[in-house]
Design a protein. Structure first.
Length: 84
């Protein structure tokens, strides 16, 4: 059986910094719209923002950045599926 490789503290910090830069930097939200989450999801996401985010990090920016990343990652597939 494969054993998981240990990740060094330096690598974890680097990964955390990349995560923070990707998802926890405040985003300027223009023409905002409401999005609803179930309570459990909202509480978990808010916990991540409060524990890992720096000053100014907020749940709305976190959700905005997650959705943007998803739409970018799947842009080609979504375009293909749209044509079906």
């Amino acid at each position: 059986a494969l054993t998981p490789k240990r990740i060094s503290a330096k690598m974890r910090r680097g990964t955390l910094e990349a995560y923070k830069q990707t998802f926890l930097v405040p985003a300027k939200l223009i023409e905002r719209r409401a999005v609803y989450l179930c309570r459990a999801t909202q509480e978990r996401a808010d916990f991540v923002v409060r524990r890992l985010g720096d000053r100014g990090a907020n749940l709305s920016s976190f959700v905005e950045r997650i959705v943007r990343a998803h739409l970018e990652d799947y842009a080609e597939e979504i375009e293909e599926w749209r044509k079906l």
